[in-house]
Design a protein. Structure first.
Length: 96
């Protein structure tokens, strides 16, 4: 399946509402994959995505503390229904 078609089906394990920024509540401008780069596809497939406004999207890319917070939240949420080993198979790193 092509990445463009997967992007249209993105969802989030952290929120049911992809219309508003998860950080500030403004109308979202972007859907951000929490684990990006080589793990971008895994983020899309497993719901490690969050809606962000433009300002908060810039902030998450420039603030390692905020970036780590959402990585930890995704891992913790995923591990409510899956094992740590399952998460490590996907992201190859423990963030908790």
């Amino acid at each position: 399946m092509k990445i463009k078609s997967l992007e249209k089906k993105r969802y989030s394990i952290l929120t049911d509402n992809l219309d508003y920024c998860i950080v500030c509540g403004s109308k979202k401008d972007h859907i951000h994959e929490v684990f990006y780069g080589k793990n971008r596809l895994n983020s899309i497939l497993h719901g490690f995505c969050i809606p962000l406004c433009f300002k908060c999207h810039l902030e998450i890319h420039n603030n390692i503390v905020l970036d780590m917070k959402y990585k930890q939240l995704c891992q913790a949420k995923y591990e409510e229904t899956h094992s740590r080993e399952d998460f490590l198979q996907i992201c190859h790193k423990n963030y908790l």
